[in-house]
Ligand binder design. Structure first.
Ligand code: ZN
Length: 73
């Protein structure tokens, strides 16, 4: 599965199967130094710079974000 980038109530949320994620905040005004984070299976973490939320795909909270999406999209 590819990472899913979502915007939930104004927050950026990334659903991923990776256990190591890195965030640079993306291009533009949200950019920041590269931050490496580890993700436990079924866990979640947040980037301390930009607040982007990373949720492992097996986390219960990931399901509610995945549901409205077409997995083929
Ligand atoms: Zn970030």
């Amino acid at each position: 599965m590819k990472d899913l980038f979502l915007s939930v109530e104004g927050r950026e949320v990334v659903i991923t199967e990776a256990l190591y994620v890195r965030c640079d905040g993306g291009d533009g005004s949200m950019g920041h130094p590269l931050e490496f984070m580890t993700l436990e299976k079924g866990g979640e973490t947040m980037c301390k710079y930009c607040g982007r939320h990373y949720i492992h795909a097996s986390a219960p909270t990931a399901d509610k974000f995945k549901q409205p999406l077409d997995p083929a999209a």
